[in-house]
Design a binder for this molecule. Structure first.
Ligand code: ANZ
Ligand code: ZN
Length: 854
């Protein structure tokens, strides 16, 4: 042992090692994809960042996970694509430019440069030749091109509609960008405004977006659930009610409702219209009801549709003075306006059934409207009384809440006694009869709305359209793309695109007359909906990407990003992929095969890190004193990637200690090692055999854990291998090593370096070259091979007893049967057996043999 300690191990100098390799990798362009079609491909991708400043801990975690995956895949023989870019358009850049009176581009480029420097500092293996920055014309040109292709296919349109308006951001927002009535970006309360806007028809793909979630077994269940809920498929029926005139006489006008519960038609005691319902104002114009109804209409403008639909707010409504006729029983019910009915779901009109719907129940209570029990559970006290009742015996109840969703229909004419509920027999029977009578039909509704993509902001991709007084709205001809965003707007002075004559003055491509260029830009989510395909062919100037490149690399095999993108970005990307496929540009149905949503990094007290709380731990606070390898190891070892974790400075120190230990161990192993290829299992010493088995066991575990993306336990396996190596070093002095052992030890040194390489690329690169003498990068080294079966010992030691007393120990093959065990035991115990006969041998495999003698 003494000579090991006396051996001089070089000091681990993270700073020197990391700056040297960072430079070398950069010079050698080590991470460029070498596209080898003979190898299987693997496309590993982290969601690209918005360049708002330097990278934070969440980014560091995201990219470290992806980088470990990409590097390991490369070592395992895959042709790996691992690119990065920037989601470079967006409001923060514009706001910063306004505030500091500079250009949005300048701010954005400065931040991108800083983030890139940190990425290099972290050792991320990105192919930087494939970088995509969405604010560059060679990228956004193709976004405009795709927009026009969507337009050609009828997937783009303009519509005047009440839209979400953020007063602070001064722009409209998509439904997806409104969280509980507030702007997703600045948290201001969102208002409704009637504006003509550009839409992308994502709803054309509602059903496919829902169905294809089944093609994604590699996605977290909860993300798929969130998408399914957002798409919100609902099966039900449309039922036509007849509107009565002011005198109460039926007219020819029908008002249709969407209901999932046609079985409850007999319980409809009033009828509701959304405040935005077209024609509502005319219904009440000049009547005594007008003022109250219009007040509800006005007040509802201040509450977002999302909140209104959630049904948690107090409900407001007013009687319109009108009635409609229920088609199932000819009954007249009063028409009210109610703010919890939203205009853009179903038909914007509702048949209210307070007995079955909690919202209607609350409304009925508040405005004293009848609650007619028509569906009852068998154990309901009313059930016995109404069980066979087809008419109207009870028309008001003093319940605290609406009824159970399922039960038996009562007071429901000929349907009384049938099962009620969603998709029930009663519902089917009623819908069939309505259909036969021409007053209803089956209907499927989706919550998903078309994607509002126009923004009245500057720093985004210009919508390539021209407004011509003669020809209407015409697309910018393909040869004129891109519509270039001016970079010299005086934002600080409040100048907008809509005021920039140089930008908007143009001629109509159809008639050549003077025209005005569209000055809205696209939602930046359009830019992030296809960047991952551009990476496959980033320099293409004929097309957004070639079919060949897309076919080689798509879909992304491993996509890693935050759960906050569970709906917006992932849904839009899935839609773009399907639309591009239908244009013949692509041959995949889904863009991302496996999705990993990494957990959050919280502060030491478990609070979310935020600038305003002042509890942010910047990656530099670890990188500077300890190095990037320690940062990476900490992040991967502290928790499985999908779990949240609390920042822990002890964990940083622990990670750094392990790197030093691995460093020392590798140097000590190679000091005594020889050529690893001389490894001969049969010639290993007893200690050597132990290390041999540990090697196979830990490599099997480590590899399997990498496959499951459980980097924390993969690292534990590497630690165990390091421990086994140290146990060996301590037991066998360097000078006393057989050739076979020396070869094994050399092999183990390589294994430690290779398995640790995807996690700690700098220190392993240094060891690979200096301690192990390689000339190529460890990045291109093959992943260690192993045989899990070799982890099992082939012999075991058993105790040998004579009449219950231990007399010795014997080595027997693990697979030895009772006869073989007995023979081995008799040999060891020969001395105690002299002159006696063994009458019986009690064998416990792997443990002992007890010889019974006479
Ligand atoms: C009568 C009824 C009785 C209803 C009952 C429910 C329970 P999902 O499942 O989410 O699709 N509804 C329809 N359009 C609406 C709108 N624009 N705003 C607010 N509510 C609306 O919800 C469908 C149900 O929501 C429909 O079925 C309708 O109320 C209501 F015991 O009709 B139901
Ligand atoms: Zn024209």
């Amino acid at each position: 042992m003494s000579d090991i300690i006396s051996r001089e191990v070089p000091t681990y100098d993270a700073r020197a090692i990391e700056s040297r390799w960072m430079k070398t990798w950069d010079e050698e362009n080590l991470f460029a994809v070498d596209t080898d079609p003979a190898k299987p491909k693997k496309y590993v991708l982290e969601m690209f960042p918005y360049p708002s400043g330097d990278l934070h801990m969440g980014h560091a975690r995201n990219y470290t996970i992806g980088d470990a995956m990409a590097r390991q895949a490369r070592m395992r023989g895959f042709d790996v694509l691992h690119p990065i870019g920037f989601d470079a358009f967006g409001l923060p850049a514009e706001n910063a430019a306004i505030k500091h009176n500079t250009q949005a581009a300048a701010w954005t480029y400065k931040n991108m440069d800083q983030a890139l420097a940190t990425m290099k500092r972290m050792g991320f293996s990105y192919d930087l030749d494939r970088m995509v920055k969405t604010c560059e014309p060679n990228y956004y040109k193709w976004g405009q091109w795709i927009f026009e292709k969507l337009w050609e296919r009828g997937l783009v349109y303009r519509k005047k509609n009440p839209v979400n308006w953020c007063p602070k951001c001064q722009t409209v927002l998509a439904n997806e960008q409104v969280t509980e009535g507030h702007c997703w970006r600045c948290d201001s309360e969102v208002e409704k405004r009637d504006l003509e806007q550009w839409y992308i028809k994502i709803t054309a793909y509602s059903q496919e977006l829902l169905d294809d979630l089944e093609k994604l077994p590699g996605w977290p269940e909860r993300v798929k659930q969130m998408q399914a809920n957002w798409i919100g498929r609902s099966e039900g029926a449309e039922v036509d009610f007849t509107l009565c005139d002011a005198a109460g006489e039926p007219t020819d006008t029908k008002i249709t409702v969407f209901t999932t519960r046609a079985d409850t038609l007999f319980g409809c005691s009033f009828f509701l219209l959304a405040p935005e319902y077209k024609g509502l104002a005319e219904l009440v114009a000049g009547t005594e009801y007008e003022a109250a109804v219009m007040k509800v209409v006005e007040d509802s403008k201040h509450v977002s549709a999302v909140e209104r639909a959630q049904g948690e707010l107090e409900k407001h409504g007013a009687f319109t003075g009108r009635y409609v006729v229920n088609p199932i029983n000819g009954e007249k019910v009063p028409v009210w306006v109610a703010d919890y009915v939203i205009s853009d779901y179903g038909t914007g009109a509702v048949m209210a059934v307070p007995c079955g719907d909690q919202r209607d129940f609350e409304f009925a209570k508040k405005y004293d409207l009848p609650i007619i029990p028509i569906i009852l559970a068998d154990d309901d006290p009313l059930y016995a009384e109404l069980k066979n009742e087809q008419g109207r015996k009870v028309t008001s109840v003093d319940w605290d809440a609406a009824m159970v969703a399922e039960g038996t229909l009562v007071q429901s004419g000929k349907y009384t006694g049938m099962e009620g509920g969603k998709h029930s027999a009663g519902e089917a029977a009623i819908v069939a009869d309505l259909e036969a009578a021409g007053s209803g039909k089956r209907s499927v509704q989706y919550r998903l709305r078309d994607w509002l993509i126009s923004r009245q902001r500057y720093w985004g991709n210009p919508i390539p359209a021209i407004h011509c007084p003669k020809c209407g709205i015409v697309p910018v001809p393909e040869e004129d793309l891109p519509v270039t965003l001016p970079e010299d707007l005086n934002l600080g002075a409040g100048e907008t695109l809509a005021e920039d004559k140089d930008f908007y003055e143009c001629t109509c491509p159809q008639c050549g007359g003077p025209a005005r260029r569209e000055t809205d830009t696209m939602d930046t989510f359009t830019c992030s909906s296809w960047y991952y395909i551009r990476y496959t062919d980033p320099h293409n100037d004929e097309l957004p990407f070639s079919r060949e490149a897309a076919d080689r690399w798509m879909p992304v095999d491993n996509y890693i990003g935050g759960i906050e993108h569970a709906i917006l970005h992932l849904l839009y990307s899935r839609f773009f992929t399907k639309a591009l496929r239908d244009m013949g540009l692509l041959d995949v149905d889904e863009p991302f095969t496996n999705l990993l949503c990494q957990g959050m990094v919280k502060d030491e007290n478990g609070d979310v890190m935020s600038k305003s709380k002042g509890n942010v731990v910047p990656p530099s606070s670890v990188i500077e004193p300890y190095g990037a390898d320690t940062m990476r190891l900490t992040i991967l070892f502290i928790a499985p990637p999908e779990k949240d974790f609390d920042w822990d400075t002890d964990a940083v120190a622990g990670a750094n200690r392990f790197i030093k230990r691995a460093w020392r161990t590798v140097w000590q192993l190679v000091e005594t090692g020889t050529d690893a290829s001389a490894l001969d299992k049969a010639a290993l010493s007893e200690e050597g055999l132990k290390l041999y088995r540990e090697r196979h066991r830990t490599l099997a575990k480590c590899t399997e854990d990498f496959d499951r993306q459980q980097f924390n336990t993969a690292i534990s396996a590497i630690m165990e291998l390091v421990n086994a190596a140290n146990a060996y070093l301590n037991a066998v002095p360097a000078g006393e090593r057989e050739a076979a052992d020396a070869a094994l030890v050399a092999q183990v040194a390589e294994d430690i370096v290779c398995t640790l390489a995807p996690i700690c690329p700098f220190v392993t690169e240094e060891l690979w070259h200096t301690a192990l003498g390689h000339t190529e990068s460890v990045y291109v080294a093959p992943w260690p091979t192993f045989d899990a079966a070799e982890a099992a010992a082939d012999e075991v030691e058993i105790a040998v007893q004579v009449l219950g007393k231990v007399r010795g120990r014997a080595m027997v093959p693990v697979v030895a049967d009772a006869d073989a065990m007995r023979a081995a035991a008799e040999q060891v115990a020969a001395k105690w057996l002299e002159g006696k006969t063994v009458v019986k041998a009690i064998c416990v495999p792997g443990k002992l043999v007890n010889l019974v003698v006479k």
